[in-house]
Design a protein around this ligand. Structure first.
Ligand code: FE2
Length: 297
């Protein structure tokens, strides 16, 4: 496998638990993905009554909702909690009030599939030591102007647990992400701290519960600011604590994330995201026929 990252970049990723790689994707490809995401949002937006509100500020309003729990094999839309006024009406057109799309665009939509599977991404996964990378979930995060919500400090391993730990986030800035519009922040070296929580399905598999493994919160006094220009790739170790502030600006902050796990690790069957009918695949580019047939199912 040809390398993409330098030795120095791999060392920085291992030391910090994150790595910012500018100019990874062209402006053209970012804008094509952005346009496709807006189309999917219009096509798939549910009525507000059916909708799941997605909040990552510690209040799991979506927990227990089958629309969310079965979204690992679908393209679903999740609203921002601040998208609704006091009377419960949407403040704007429904597709402009979304928090995110999730969680299988990379397998079900040809534009997302080709963005998510490239020789460069395969090389990066190999460079950081992934043996059999498998694309578990994708999220298109809108972080809309003024209503884009805060994402509180968390690790991705909390939600996508493997034994041993293997999840890696591949986060792409589709718009410029700055301190003004809610860029990410991460704790350098925080991936060496014990993971504080595990979120999993309850016994009835109807909602999620959180096991607190370490009560002490993460130290947040030395966070690194991960400002990122459009086209930047940010790699996140599954155990590195990270967060983003609300977007109170008038600028959108679109981002796309893939979470990949290693096929040599065990993915636990009480993780919220299950894909009983949609096998995971790696970073190798797809054939057109495979994507077309998945889209039709
Ligand atoms: Fe995350």
């Amino acid at each position: 496998m040809p390398r993409y990252l330098t030795e120095k970049q791999v060392t920085a990723f291992q030391r910090d638990g994150f790595l910012v790689v500018p100019d990874f994707v062209s402006e053209e490809h970012c804008l094509a993905l952005r346009e496709r995401a807006m189309q999917l949002a219009e096509q798939h937006v549910p009525s507000p009554e059916q909708a799941t509100i997605f909040t990552a500020d510690g209040k799991p309003l979506h927990a227990g909702d089958d629309y969310f729990l079965s979204s690992g094999e679908a393209i679903r839309c999740f609203f921002e909690k601040d998208a609704f006024d006091a009377a419960g009406h949407l403040r704007d057109d429904a597709h402009l009030c979304l928090n995110k799309l999730g969680h299988a665009m990379h397998d079900l939509d040809p534009v997302f599939d080709s963005f998510s599977r490239t020789p460069q991404l395969a090389a990066v996964a190999s460079d950081i030591g992934m043996i059999e990378p498998l694309l578990l979930q994708s999220m298109y995060i809108f972080k809309q102007p003024r209503i884009g919500g805060e994402v509180t400090c968390h690790t991705d391993h909390t939600y996508l647990w493997t034994e041993p730990r293997s999840v890696v986030g591949f986060w792409f800035a589709i718009d410029d992400a700055t301190t003004e519009n809610g860029c990410m922040w991460a704790l350098p070296g925080g991936h060496r701290l014990p993971v504080r929580e595990r979120s999993r399905l309850n016994e009835a598999r109807t909602s999620t519960v959180t096991d607190v493994l370490v009560a002490e919160p993460y130290p947040l006094d030395s966070l690194a600011c991960l400002e990122a220009k459009r086209g930047t790739l940010v790699l996140l170790d599954g155990a590195v604590p990270h967060l983003s502030a609300a977007n109170n600006s008038d600028k959108p902050r679109h981002a796309y994330t893939i979470h990949a796990i290693d096929g040599v690790a065990s993915y636990l069957d009480d993780n919220w995201l299950q894909r009983p009918t949609l096998p995971m695949r790696g970073f190798a580019p797809s054939t057109t026929s495979r994507v077309t047939s998945a889209t039709q199912n």
